[in-house]
Design a protein around this ligand. Structure first.
Ligand code: 6R9
Length: 653
């Protein structure tokens, strides 16, 4: 197996460290304090945001099965919208809050100041109020990456309504399920969503969804492209027109720290999606703190998180974290390869982006198109790079480091989840040297433990592997599943009583660094050897002809599980038996004979969610030659790749 401890360490430059919010000595001291006395630590950090009524009770949490309850800053009151906007008005009214970069580079970008953000949010809030939306009501947001998405989120927070964003790439069925599950009063959508030069009809999708929802659900429509859509009088409302005539100010509502801020559905592997609930106070403190410290954000920096707001990463690191800190945050409507494969880098240069945060899948895709694209653009404004969503393989890390960061930007590999609200395990760039592929060490207040999956015993040795659990609560943690607290306890606290179970496997190396090996159900057992599929994938993509790969297990007569690898080749490479042999030998060389794939299928495309996660559940089914019931495929970016993979499956036995 690869030698993690010996992996090369990369530290930030001494200049970077000198200016960083947190250096190593500070990290050590603050981390120790955060776990020795969490209430005292967070009592102080809670002051990062403005409270209407101060809290006196900081932490009231238990992971005890049957009684799981998580409350932070419980008796404090605040308004999240006021924290993200109003409190900056004295000092930053004319500073840009949001830079909106449209799908087409021909369309001018918008620079939305904090003063404009306040006015537009208030107008939107008044439109919602006029439609009868009140504190505690649910509002579903089904919008492209446009400024109205930010206004809608902050308008809900302002009046105490609970938003639930549904990816603009989701199907009418997925939308209807979510509207019904949270019993939303209203859905906010747009006529069309332009992405990569193509337009998706969001309004027509919403029309289809609403056929399966209560007749009372209202529909606010942002006329974004201006193309014609159908219109249901009495139900559909032109938001822009209503905003224009609405009052430009709306008072914010005093909310309890534990009042829900949003529900975000995650694509649970089976059954109906889980409505993850985040509340107001703890979530905002944690999003703000991690945005500032993990990315070492300073006043004047321009922060760009490329996620969609329909993903938790967009919630915490496009909207709530940056705006709570008074930052300038970039919101990008488009895709990395439109109009060409240099778009990300062109946008970085155009807006002088300081911190750039994206997913390994995007990096691998762009890596496959070659280093000439980034080389065309001035990337000298970049100070730090980030990665999120899955383990980043060392080759992608190196490419990112060399061709984007020019070997001078720390890379923060941030491990976290929809459920965790913000980063759990991540290098702090001025404090912790990075090892490519490792999320390194825990954020403040986070107590990771590694358990043996069979015995549930805590692994005390520093160097170990097992399942990753968290021993105590942190303020950004989810509080429940919408309408189903029993399922919440069952899903996260029942496997390993007393702990929050992340669902991920990990290794801890001799330096105490954590290496996330992927979801536990992605661990395969080949002839008695436990192996993270990510490890085999990482070896495959290290081959110069391989662009991407996904590895799953399938039943194997002799080995228990065999290794089934789906491989996407670099553009211009042709599949052949010789190349198949070459890849087998390559993996054997990289990891060892035990990791040699038993079956390799050439995959022109892989089934991915809109957030870029490969849906291994589907690939497992195909590999098992059991593709009758693939389950919910509504969250796939391109469902047609599945048929192609089934047709050319390797395990027809
Ligand atoms: C933020 C987000 C969560 C799952 C998580 C894990 C994987 C995320 C990672 C990572 C390795 C990282 N994951 N970040 N694995 N290294 N830096 O992605 O939330 O969509 O809920 O996914 O993603 O498997 O459990 P979410």
């Amino acid at each position: 197996m690869s030698d993690h401890a010996a992996a090369q360490k990369y530290a930030a430059s001494s200049d970077f460290i000198a200016n960083a919010h947190v250096n190593l000595a500070q990290y050590d001291a603050m981390y120790a304090a955060s776990v020795a006395d969490p209430a005292a630590f967070w009592a102080k950090e809670g002051q990062r945001i403005d409270w209407i009524k101060p809290y006196s009770r900081v932490k009231d949490t238990t992971f005890k099965l049957g009684e799981v309850s998580i409350k932070w800053f419980e008796d404090g009151t605040l308004n999240v919208s006021a924290n993200c906007i109003d409190r900056h008005m004295l000092t930053r009214a004319n500073q840009t809050a949001i830079i909106w970069e449209p799908d087409s580079p021909e369309t001018p970008a918008l620079h939305i100041t904090y003063a404009q953000l306040l006015e537009n949010t208030c107008r939107m809030a008044n439109v919602l109020k006029a439609q009868g939306v009140a504190r505690g009501d649910r509002v579903v947001i089904y919008l492209p990456m446009i400024p109205e998405a930010a206004y809608a989120m902050l308008a809900c927070a302002r009046i105490g309504a609970i938003h639930s964003i549904v990816f603009a790439g989701f199907s009418p069925d997925a939308l209807a399920n979510r509207i019904n599950d949270c019993d939303a009063k209203l859905v906010i959508t747009a006529d069309f969503a332009p992405r990569g030069g193509k337009k998706t009809g969001l309004k027509s999708n919403t029309d289809a969804a609403l056929l399966n929802c209560d007749d009372r659900v209202k529909c606010l429509v942002v006329k974004h492209t201006g193309d014609q859509t159908s219109w249901v009088d009495g139900r559909d409302i032109d938001v822009k027109a209503e905003m224009a005539s609405a009052k430009p100010y709306c008072a914010y509502v005093e909310m309890g720290a534990e009042d829900p801020l949003f529900i975000l559905y995650t694509s649970g592997s089976t059954g109906k999606p889980k409505g993850v609930v985040h509340t107001s106070g703890g979530y905002l403190v944690y999003a703000a703190m991690t945005q500032q410290i993990t990315f070492d954000y300073h006043d004047g920096d321009v922060f760009w998180c490329t996620a969609d707001v329909g993903w938790v990463t967009g919630h915490s690191y496009i909207i709530y974290g940056p705006l709570a800190n008074g930052a300038t945050t970039v919101m990008f409507e488009g895709v990395p390869t439109y109009p060409d494969a240099g778009r990300f880098w062109q946008v970085c240069a155009k807006h002088k982006v300081s911190q750039f945060y994206t997913a390994p899948t995007a990096i691998r895709a762009l890596m496959g198109l070659g280093p000439d694209w980034p080389a065309k653009h001035d990337l000298s404004s970049l100070k730090l790079l980030g990665s999120v969503g899955e383990p980043i393989n060392p080759e992608a890390w190196s490419w990112y480091n060399q061709h984007i960061g020019h070997n001078r930007c720390p890379i923060v590999d941030t491990f976290w989840q929809t459920e965790t609200g913000g980063h759990l395990i991540t290098p702090l760039p001025g404090a912790i040297a990075q090892k490519p592929g490792s999320a390194t060490l825990p954020f403040f207040g986070v107590v990771p433990v590694v358990l043996d999956p069979a015995t549930a015993k805590v692994q005390d040795a520093v160097e170990t592997d097992g399942v990753l659990c968290i021993a105590d609560s942190w303020p950004g943690q989810m509080r429940t599943l919408w309408g189903d607290h029993a399922r919440f306890e069952e899903a996260y606290f029942s496997q390993y009583p007393g702990y929050y179970f992340t669902g991920d496997g990990c290794r801890r190396d001799v330096d105490g660094y954590y290496w996330i090996t992927g979801r536990v159900d992605d661990v395969i057992n080949v002839s008695g050897h436990r192996m993270g599929t990510a490890e085999v994938e990482s070896a495959l993509v290290a081959h110069p002809k391989v662009a991407e790969s996904a590895v799953v297990g399938y039943p194997h007569d002799i080995k228990g599980q065999g290794i089934y690898a789906y491989v996407t080749l670099m553009r211009g490479e042709e599949p052949s038996d010789a190349l198949r042999k070459e890849l087998e030998a390559w993996v054997r060389n990289e990891i060892g004979p035990i990791a040699k794939p038993d079956l390799i299928q050439w995959a022109p495309g892989l089934p991915k969610t809109r957030s870029g996660k490969i849906m291994r559940r589907i690939l497992r089914k195909i590999a098992e030659n059991d593709f009758g019931a693939l389950g919910d495929t509504s969250t796939l970016a391109d469902p047609s790749v599945v048929d192609e993979l089934i047709a050319n499956r390797m395990n027809k036995a």
